[in-house]
Design a protein around this ligand. Structure first.
Ligand code: AKG
Ligand code: FE2
Length: 382
């Protein structure tokens, strides 16, 4: 794992440009790595949340290491032997009760993981001018360097920069990925393939827990179509960078949100920051080296007819260390539709969501100011 950057005091030269807040106010579109590099000492207004929405509010009780709330840790090696049904049951319970779990013994070699973290770190260490080449307002680009959550729409910005890499079809997108650092394409392709394989392994077990599978025909044709799309859907990777923040109590690295896809596989460095909402409280996820944090996305909540939960999560930042994470987001293809599986709808468990086409789902996300769970809520049948 890569060592975290430590905040260094601003040089006297950079201080000259930041004593007056106004010049900084116009620079937030360049991202927070840039603000950190020019040595700001105060969070610009654009990042400051209303008091009631800031971290550490008393109504957001945060659990850390008190032992009473631990994210389930699932040993995936058991999927390949006689303990399979036990592991499948643990996955079902985690998806129902937390919407999140961590996986260990997942089969992705340590080297693939450390190479991905290392090249992500090296990408964000590139000079601003090199990173800015990938900045674009066009959200459909196969590669995009951005900041906040949706920098075109967010009224309050978050303390995160990211590089988004669309992973399929690989032969079309690869030449658009950054050519610097020189080894980024090779290492990120290997990582993307390994995480896709792991996604399929976890997906198969989750479908089994719902009484569905991608390998056998189910009785309902409509289910068969979604089941094949689940395997051949889209994959996007978000390489996230959260620099030290001079006033971490005023803003978030990422505000509370749910992920729109089927499953997200998240790799994080050793710096804590991720929190998930559990039974009305925020639970801090302690990083386990070499593990993945996996979470249910909106599309799986709909497909499972509400049995598995797409849970709100957020990222807090700190004043001394940067944090890196790599989120691999797996979702249905953009031309398809998502609906509750026919097999999971019956008299005691009636249909809970409207059919939704994925394009409308994505359009909603792109076109709105920050909303915690806007699309999912709008698809619920009361
Ligand atoms: O950085 C993290 O821990 C979480 C990232 C995340 O939630 C996302 O990319 O959707
Ligand atoms: Fe997320």
């Amino acid at each position: 794992m890569s060592p975290a950057l430590v905040a260094t005091p601003a040089s006297p030269q950079s201080m000259m440009s930041i004593t007056n807040e106004h010049p900084v106010e116009s620079q937030y579109q360049k991202g927070v790595k840039h603000l950190y590099e020019i040595g700001i000492r105060r969070v610009p207004l654009k990042y400051i949340l209303p008091v009631s929405e800031r971290p550490n509010q008393t109504h957001w009780k945060t659990h850390t290491t008190d032992g009473s709330l631990q994210l389930p840790v699932i040993d995936l090696s058991g999927l390949h032997g006689p303990r399979r049904s036990q592991v499948v049951r643990s996955l079902a319970s985690a998806c129902e009760n937390y919407g999140f779990f961590q996986v260990v013994n997942h089969g992705i070699p340590n080297e693939v993981i450390s190479n991905m973290m290392d090249v992500t770190k090296r990408f964000f260490e590139l000079p601003s001018a090199e990173r800015e080449k990938y900045m674009s307002a066009d959200m459909s680009k196969p590669v995009r360097y951005g900041t906040s959550f949706n920098q075109l729409k967010d009224s309050v910005f978050c303390w995160r920069d990211f590089l988004k890499l669309v992973c399929n079809p690989l032969e079309d997108v690869l030449s658009h990925w950054p050519s610097s650092p020189m080894d980024l394409r090779g290492l990120a392709v290997t990582y993307a393939k390994e995480t896709k394989f792991l996604y399929l392994m976890i997906l198969e077990a989750i479908l089994e827990s719902l009484g569905l599978t991608t390998t056998k025909n189910t009785t309902a044709d409509t289910d068969d179509q979604i089941l094949s799309e689940l395997k051949d859907g889209s994959q996007q990777m978000f390489l996230n960078f959260y620099p030290p923040c001079p006033e971490p109590d005023l803003t978030f690295g990422l505000r509370s949100h749910s992920d729109f896809g089927i499953l997200t596989l998240l790799l994080q460095d050793e710096v804590a920051g991720l929190q998930i909402k559990h039974q009305g409280r925020w639970l801090a996820v302690e990083p386990i080296p070499g593990s993945f944090v996996v979470n249910v996305g909106d599309q799986l909540e709909i497909f499972s007819n509400g049995r598995y939960k797409s849970v709100l999560h957020r990222v807090v930042v700190n004043s001394s260390m940067s944090r890196i994470s790599v989120a691999s987001l797996h979702s249905l293809p953009s031309q398809s539709a998502v609906r509750p599986a026919e097999k999971l709808i019956n008299q005691t468990n009636p249909r809970r969501y409207r059919d939704t086409d994925i394009a409308a789902f994505l359009h909603h996300i792109k076109s709105c100011d920050y909303q915690e769970k806007g699309v999912l809520e709008s698809r619920k049948l009361t």
